[in-house]
Design a binder for this molecule. Sequence first.
Ligand SMILES: Nc1ncnc2c1ncn2[C@@H]1O[C@H](COP(=O)(O)OP(=O)(O)O)[C@@H](O)[C@H]1O
Ligand SMILES: [Mg+2]
Length: 390
Amino acid sequence: MKVIGLISGTSMDGIDAALTEIEGQPPEIKIRLLDYLVHPYPSGLKERIRRASSPAQSRVDEICHLNFYLGHLFAEAALSLIQKSGVRATEIKLIGSHGQTIYHLPRPIGEPGKYGQLEIRSSLQIGEGAVIAEKTGIITITNFRARDLAAGGVGAPLLPYLHYLLFRSQQSDRVVINIGGISNLTFIPKGQRAEAVIAFDTGPGNLVIDGLIRKISRGKHEFDQDGQFARKGRLNRRLLDYLLSHEFISQAPPKAAERNTFGEDYLKNIRKIAKDKSISAPDLVRTATVCIAESIALNCRRFIFPLGRPETAIICGGGANNLFLLECLSQSLPGIKIVTTHEFGIDPKAVEAAGFALLAYETWHQRPGNLPRVTGAEKPVVLGCIYPAG
Ligand SMILES: Nc1ncnc2c1ncn2[C@@H]1O[C@H](COP(=O)(O)OP(=O)(O)O)[C@@H](O)[C@H]1O
Ligand SMILES: [Mg+2]
């Protein structure tokens, strides 16, 4: 079955769209990436979404509008991919769209209920599925996180199931590290079932580097191309120790970061420290980059290595293109071979989008897509809302 997966992650760099061929049923599902593209957001949109995601700046009329506007852009991403791939739209059975996260509140907030105290966890992804289904004429599945939250989970991460299907091995333990705006890892013990997988957010990812680069370049650059800017700097040990002392980094799993965990306030704070301590811009970016690698390594040492010893770490997400960050990871994880998903024939930037194609495929077959051990949900649940083709 041909399925398209769509996502724009916390980096808000645009929509990743993956065309996949998926066959079989668990645990023998086969996924092949047929084609992939990035549909960039029009200029200025990232800033509008960022404002819409900020409790201090957002407006409900803008969120209402952006939900439908992004629906159109996600439909455009799917249509561009169909055109690029040369596959006919009628051959595509499903679209699985994660949308764009506006807000994520995985920690329960108490509310009074008729039958006792309610524990409310919530999340809001926008990019209206009705618009995607209408504009593409393809059955569209969206809103994957909600059902896991309803079942008491933290709604994230949802990709470990894909990591398990693509990268598991009978011979060796594997760790998959996804470096998007936030970083997360998936540990896959050798020869075990999906239920044995452990996964969680480890701490900051590209979000911090992107935010610093945007400020330093006064908006001229959106990210540190290949890590070149960080490479020019020197590590500031004291700042690194301070950054690594952030409580989220050493917190035990299950844990899911919110955009705000490493958002605007976090950035403001480290820029202020850099200014007060006269830390140069390259030193700051280098230290922030080393912090990503070190926080991943810290989580490995504390929560993964007591359970198994992976020989290889498989890197995906946009951070896999940051060559300097990959070198930092090699240093932070001595004895572990660092490879990107290119080694498995998949562009690291396409992995997440392929993940939502897989989740749509599972939902279509009325099978669960969450891993309760990973999200903390009470049970496996079938994820998403289905919009008919029309
Ligand atoms: N060549 C590159 N060099 C350095 N960083 C890169 C490169 N390509 C992509 N990135 C980083 O990857 C980020 C996007 O990664 P992605 O996996 O899409 O994250 P998210 O899921 O949070 O949107 C960009 O914002 C940028 O920081
Ligand atoms: Mg992205």
